[in-house]
Write a new protein. Sequence first.
Length: 460
Amino acid sequence: MVCHAADQTSIASQYGPTANQIIDAALHDDAGYARLVTLCDRIGNRLSGSENLLRAVKWSAEEMKKAGLTHVVTPPVMVPHWVRGKESGAIVSPVERPLHFLGLGMSVSTPPEGITADAVVVSDFAELAILGKKVAGKIVVFNAPYEGYGRTVTYRVGGASQAAKQGAIGVLVRSITPLALQLPHTGTLQYAPDAPQIPAAAISIEDALLLKRLQDSGATPRVHMEMQAHMEPDQEAANVIGEIPGSEHPEEIVVMGGHLDSWDVGQGAQDDGSGIMATLEAAALIQKLGLKPKRTIRVVFWVNEENGGRGGEAYLKWAGETAKNHVAAIEMDEGAERPLGFGYGWSYGPRRVNAYGTEVKRTVEQQRSFAICQEIGQLLAPIQATQVNQGGGGADIAPIVSQGVAALSPTTTAEHYFDWHHTQADTVDKVNPAEFKKNTALLAVLAYILADMPEHLAGR
């Protein structure tokens, strides 16, 4: 994406008054949060393949129309249909105690009678490799301390296959969270094609530490797992799309959104109900204020982010030749806690080495685009969200971003996001209305300016 010639008028002087108008309107707006409450309390969690997701698709399309968006469509997307079924886990010796147990998404089932086996607790993949075939016929417990989501989630995603390669018959994963509240966290796993598929579940931090203490005491903990999890045929769902048409360049598109689906526990409030409702209300506020951006602002609720990513892939196919007309893609998918600013993707530097050891430098266009983002960030001072980071994006916009589109995403404190993430506790009461409004303000200012300013941001 090539930048147009720079306009001599600064972003601050050109858009300062409008940004203040948007922020003031957002901070006094209750409609977005009211929609979030309705989504969470009246529809609830929205796992791909579920009836709740289909209800949410229909409801969302109607809400986009009510918000004044046009060209509202629901292009079909075939999504996987994983069913949890009944499940339970317990320590059977040297003590008898139920486990706080939650099957991992896409896991296979146990036999109907379950599996009972000795548990082997390991702290990482290196320890598993040292044990090797000594874990054959056993249940491996990954007791990895939380070192940030991106680093620790590898045990949830790939732990089952790594253990299965050594002959394990089941896996328990310490929940990927910094907070111990006897609360298991689900999430998807990925089976490797060269390993047997074995049942896998999350357990609470406390349960993982108990199993470790039992092992360290010289005992051999023995565990029972029962899971009815299974796959059913793919089911048709849909992305939900609506627009504010551009006043001068309607063919050019700023797309923003989040994912409509969620896990089948809690209400999918922070992950990612808050994201989709904030993006919708951001567009609604632009409409309410009578602002007419030069480019089209498109709001998309993608489906199947949690366990497949098919919504983002389907969006790129649906866009077809118009994919090249996208000038920016914004994804909100880390909850609606207090906003700090936003990230701009593909803005490397000052020096970065890629996987091949080659230095990657920011282009002149990327440097100019990052400077523009910093100017936009300064307009968010009324909500104290002026930080602009190098790096932004998300799973749903990754396919369109791969076509050279600039990627952006809000940045929040994320102070508690991973306390609730993928749990029964992800309910609407965790979303602070004042913080939600600030996120809406950030999105509205960012989307409006990107859709109206003379330049395009540089993409990949």
